[in-house]
Design a protein. Structure first.
Length: 580
């Protein structure tokens, strides 16, 4: 994670400097206290008392100023570190393929970007402040304690190995428990995420009580994991206090005897006790810091897993093609498995050719892997075997950005963002003019309902477009894709929520407005693809047939069965079969 604090390197360096200044000044104060007692008070020298007291007050103010500066600078550096770390993590996630995201899960990535980064931020702040302050205080206090009375200083040195052993034991035992706690956080976040995304379904099925119980269970699992981890950590404080107070009692007893028998002055004993307190307090701070450092390893390792994860799909290291010649698509003996296992392929031996500018239909039953097939074209996943070509070039030989900039996939799930309608349509081409936006919306048959809103293209959408119907959201997503003027447009069942008349207008507009764009339409309804130049029928991950609507009616049993089923259910957009 080196370099993450780039803009805040000055703060990262200045905070330890200020902390050292704070310790140096703070260490002088007990020495002047001894002089004030042994010379001023014992000698009844009022002027000496006031002069030395004034020096102590000034030292205290200077120490406070150094301490405040160190704390503030450390906070600024830690916040900047966290900001840069989040940006780097989010950038890493943006480079992930779908397979990478599936491997971590969305909920886990959210936890790593929030809770784990916050934990790392806190330990970073401790490192650049306490990590320097506490050891320096320990060293300075020990030197001054031996300077005052070396024999008495040996009494409290026994406490150091006892504290060190307790810290190491607690930190090592609690580490695994904190890892379990963060895993419970992932599960709780997944429950929240699923519930918020599916809130309409939850309410429609009156399952609020069930979801509350499920969340309560996940939250209670987090609480139990926290209690189990904290049960060890809270032992550190009483152990430290026991050692510290035992050391102080021993110092009081031994030092008191020295004062009584005249081998030590009262002021020296008071000063010595102050140094002992500083030393033992710094030990306690170092102990807590060490425990936090060890426990934060769980968060740091989870963050490093994301940063070290190599995207499954990346641009070629050298010689990458940076432009797509045309929208032709070729599949050559393609097989595909999400698990990258040749014995578990959901697509098998797919070979097909699509001419640039054609309108192509893909139809098949649920689970026939239609969506998986088209996701190989923009290289959202890589083939397990075979070759996918776009514009005559293997998609693995393209730089990812120009390839995906030439291919748009309008997915089954309509994704819109918080913002205006115009901003959402421009999302694929931020410099598009108002007329370009309107033209794309007209082609997607969306301009009419947009202009029915009081603010038209300036209408604000709620998160995910909650204030639009399913068909309206689908048309906006199509308009957003059309605005890019692509080589290939893939509509993955993205007109399922519109009526057949609207769907026909969209298809006619696509032919008229995008004659050179290859249009691939995945659909359940035959009426959606019947006028395509070629239709591919998928069955169980294999191509079962290919041809025009009329050819498939005559030659393909699956296509004819689907057609007759939909005709019997009254699909008015389907013409009667000829000669069947």
């Amino acid at each position: 994670m080196a370099g993450l604090e780039r803009k805040y390197w000055a703060c990262t360096l200045l905070s330890p400097v200020a902390a050292v200044g704070e310790v140096l000044v703070e260490t002088i104060i007990p020495y002047f206290m001894a002089l004030l007692i042994d010379r001023g008070i014992a000698g009844r020298d009022v002027q000496y008392v006031f002069r030395t007291g004034g020096i102590m007050v000034c030292c205290a103010l200077v120490s406070m100023a150094f301490g405040m500066a160190s704390a503030r600078i450390a906070a600024v550096a830690a916040l900047g570190f966290a900001r840069n770390l989040r940006r780097r993590l989010f950038g890493a996630v943006q480079r992930f393929s779908f397979a990478n995201v599936d491997r971590f899960s969305t909920a886990s990535l959210v936890t790593r970007l929030t809770t784990d980064v916050t934990n790392t931020q806190n330990i970073y702040q401790l490192l650049i402040r306490v990590f320097f302050r506490a050891p320096f205080m320990l060293a300075a206090g020990t030197v001054m304690a031996f300077f005052i009375n070396g024999r008495l200083a040996l009494v409290f040195l026994v406490a150091i190995p006892v504290l060190a052993a307790a810290i190491v034991w607690i930190a090592s035992a609690a580490y695994s428990r904190y890892g379990e706690m963060l895993a419970k956080y992932d599960r709780m976040n997944r429950t929240v995420q699923e519930n918020l995304i599916a809130i309409r379904v939850v309410k429609a099925f009156v399952r609020g009580g069930f979801e509350r119980e499920k969340f309560n269970g996940a939250a209670d699992a987090v609480r139990q994991a926290q209690v189990r981890a904290e049960r060890l950590v809270i032992l550190l404080s009483p152990i430290m206090q026991l050692v510290i107070y035992s050391s102080l009692i021993a110092v009081f007893w031994t030092g008191g005897r020295m004062v009584v028998f005249g081998s030590m002055k009262a002021g020296e004993l008071v000063s010595f006790l102050t140094y002992v307190t500083q030393i033992l307090t710094s030990l306690m701070m170092m102990g807590m810091m060490f425990v936090n450092l060890v426990l934060s390893r769980a968060s740091v390792s989870r963050i490093c897993e994301v940063l070290d994860e190599e995207p499954d799909i990346a641009s070629p290291a050298a010689g990458a093609a940076r432009s797509v010649r045309d929208g032709s698509v070729d599949f050559e003996n393609v097989s595909f498995s999400y698990q990258k296992r040749a014995d578990n392929c959901i697509l098998r031996n797919i070979s097909l050719h699509i001419e640039s500018g054609q309108m192509v239909g893909i139809i098949g039953g649920t689970g026939s892997s239609k969506s998986s097939l088209v996701q190989l074209i923009p290289r959202l996943y890589d083939v397990t075997a075979g070759v996918v070509k776009v514009g005559g070039v293997d998609v693995r030989n393209y730089a990812l950005e120009p390839l995906r900039d030439s291919v748009a996939v309008v997915l089954q799930k309509n994704v819109l963002f918080s913002g205006t309608i115009g901003w959402n349509v421009r999302w694929g081409k931020k410099d598009a003019s108002d007329e370009e936006v309107a033209a794309a919306c007209r082609a997607a048959d969306a301009d009419g309902f947009i202009r029915s809103f009081p603010k038209q293209y300036g209408t604000e959408l709620g998160q995910g477009g909650v204030n639009l119907s399913g068909g309206q959201k689908q048309r906006l997503c199509i308009a957003r894709a059309l605005l890019k003027r692509l080589k290939i447009l893939i509509l993955d069942d993205s007109t399922s929520a519109v009526d057949t008349a609207t769907e026909r207008r969209i298809r006619d507009a696509l032919r008229a407005e995008c004659p050179e764009t290859t249009k691939i339409i995945i659909a359940q309804r035959i009426s959606s693809v019947q006028d395509a130049d070629v239709i591919f029928v998928l069955e169980d991950g294999e191509i079962n047939g290919a041809g025009t609507h009329e050819e498939l009616l005559a030659s393909n049993a699956i296509y004819r069965e689907v057609y007759e089923s939909q005709q019997s259910m009254g699909d008015a957009d389907l013409p009667p079969a000829q000669g069947v």
